[in-house]
Design a protein around this ligand. Structure first.
Ligand code: HEC
Ligand code: HEC
Length: 246
């Protein structure tokens, strides 16, 4: 009986430690929010307005877009936008991750929206790449190409290559649907399936999908070994039979 109790205590203890920690947005401090407000006033308010309420014909309201949209837009260098064109392109990020988190914390404080995903939610090694390929072919390939290499759309817009995008930004793009990309909320594509898509794209950028990669030699050399061993046995048997009959 005592042993059972001890085991139970151990299991619940482990479960409590293993439970996922709070997301980035939940842990944002009041300092982060204040720092984010100051950064926003200096770098973003000229277009989005001091309260991020948006300006007609200039930039949309950011109330309720959530921390994920800010992390994606600023982290991929799309924001702050510089030249006007058919599409705000990705460019080297202008802020470091601490500053991006501060901006995100302030925007998130204006209205509820999607949070920045946790490291576990976007870890490619926890996803199923084969299922990710199915989800990608059905939902993404018509714009981004079958392996995520990118493609042109109408009116000077384009779906960029996804092979250099970080797992977190891939997740956030699905969650927030930047510009002409549709939003894939958790009812369209579950969080697990989003991670599968990340695993699929990770596999595409890691190895060449063609038939020429070095990995393809693996089974051949194994087959060769099987043949060599078999040949050795046959020769050995032949010699043995020959030696007995003489
Ligand atoms: C030159 C004007 C300009 C500046 C400066 C600018 N933005 Fe934007 N922003 C835009 C426009 C225009 C869009 C809409 C792009 C589109 O969807 O075509 C946008 C879109 C966004 C979005 C996406 C909203 C959504 O619905 O998902 C976010 C988030 C954002 N901006 C954050 C910022 C932040 C943070 C800064 C400052 C670091 C900033 N922007 C600076 C013009 C600007
Ligand atoms: C209707 C066409 C369309 C579909 C469908 C679509 N996208 Fe996109 N996607 C776009 C466009 C256009 C952009 C560029 C938006 C921008 O620059 O703000 C984009 C941007 C992205 C980015 C940002 C890439 C980077 O490095 O900057 C990611 C990641 C992404 N898409 C992933 C996906 C995934 C995953 C799916 C399927 C679940 C998907 N997209 C479905 C059109 C599409």
């Amino acid at each position: 009986m005592l042993l059972v109790l001890v085991l139970l205590a151990l299991i619940t203890g482990v479960a409590a430690v293993a439970a996922p920690s709070a997301t980035a947005a939940d842990t944002a401090s009041a300092d982060d929010v204040a720092a984010g407000e100051a950064l926003f006033a200096a770098n973003c308010a000229s277009c989005h307005g001091l309260d991020a309420q948006g300006q007609d014909g200039v930039a949309p309201s950011l109330v309720g877009v959530g921390a994920a949209a800010v992390d994606f837009q600023v982290g991929t260098g799309r924001m702050p936008m510089q030249a006007s064109g058919p599409q705000a392109p990705a460019k080297p990020a202008q802020f470091d991750q601490d500053q991006i988190n501060q901006l995100a914390a302030w925007v998130a404080s204006l209205g509820a929206g999607p949070a920045i995903p946790t490291a576990e939610q976007v870890d490619p090694s926890l996803g199923d790449a084969a299922n990710g390929m199915e989800v990608f072919r059905t939902n993404c390939a018509m714009c981004h190409g079958s392996i995520g290499g990118g493609g042109a759309l109408t009116q000077g817009k384009f779906a960029p290559s996804l092979l250099e995008t970080t797992p977190t930004h891939i997740y956030e793009a699905m969650l927030t649907g930047p510009q002409s990309m549709p939003v894939f909320n958790d009812a369209n594509i579950t969080p697990e399936h989003k991670r599968d898509v990340i695993a699929y794209l990770d596999a595409q950028s890691a190895g060449s999908p063609g038939g020429l990669s070095l990995g393809a030699i693996g089974p051949v050399s194994e087959g060769l070994w099987a043949w060599l061993v078999l040949l050795g046995l046959i020769i050995g048997a032949t010699v043995w039979v020959g030696a007995r009959s003489s």
